[in-house]
Ligand binder design. Sequence first.
Ligand code: 5RP
Length: 262
Amino acid sequence: MTGELSPIDKAKFVAAKRAAEMVEDGMRVGLGTGSTAAWLVRCLGDLVQNEGLRIIAVPTSSRTAVLARDVGIKVVSLDEAKWLDVTIDGADEVDPDLNLIKGGGGAHLQEKIVATASDRMVVIADASKMVDTLGAFPLPVEVLPFGWQSSQALIEETLVSMDVMGRRSTLRMNGGAPFMSDEGNYILDLHLKRIGNARQLALVLNQIPGVIENGLFIDICDTVVTGYGDGRVEVRDINEGTVEKDKLEFAEADNLFTDLMD
Ligand code: 5RP
């Protein structure tokens, strides 16, 4: 059954499974959004249902909330949880300092709020997400629908003085209509190609009227768990300066895959 999983799904799964092992009984856990985070939610659901793990979780999107409830995880709001022990989430790009581009799923606003309300952020990703310099992945920027074209023009004008290689931006679409975030906002994807100074760009973008939040996560991620298609995982902690290597088996995961095989 596991043979039907693509190498990329195997990589996402082993990263998620390794990160799930970091969650301890009684913890308050932020749950990310996206396909890798969905594996994490499944792994945690398995631990809750079969190993007696007791956690409360704060999802970062309506999609993740539905999945978490489906797999038996107790879901509360961030205001109810107040502060979290750990948030585990995917990413679109991870640089050597563990700075990130997020928001490929359009959930980076809630993801940033939840991650920064946590003692620790753990990113789970397959190896294709590791980059030397951020920016090949289009940078998502959440904007208010009111006057979004003015905000877009201001963003493009601002980019002229930034250390980036491209300045084109596109409104994210969903079918024939603008994609809407859980908060009812639009997403502009900035095609920057290369971001020379991500810290500066993150600060400057958020000063533009109409910009709600950008997808650059600077100094937020503490640990990255990189998964590979052959089951290898690498855990890198930026605070400890450590890199641990491990290899996980797929066989144990059969019960998590069944509904994906329908
Ligand atoms: C959603 C995100 C996701 O974490 C990011 O897009 C990675 O997704 P995936 O795990 O599906 O590749 O930031 O807003």
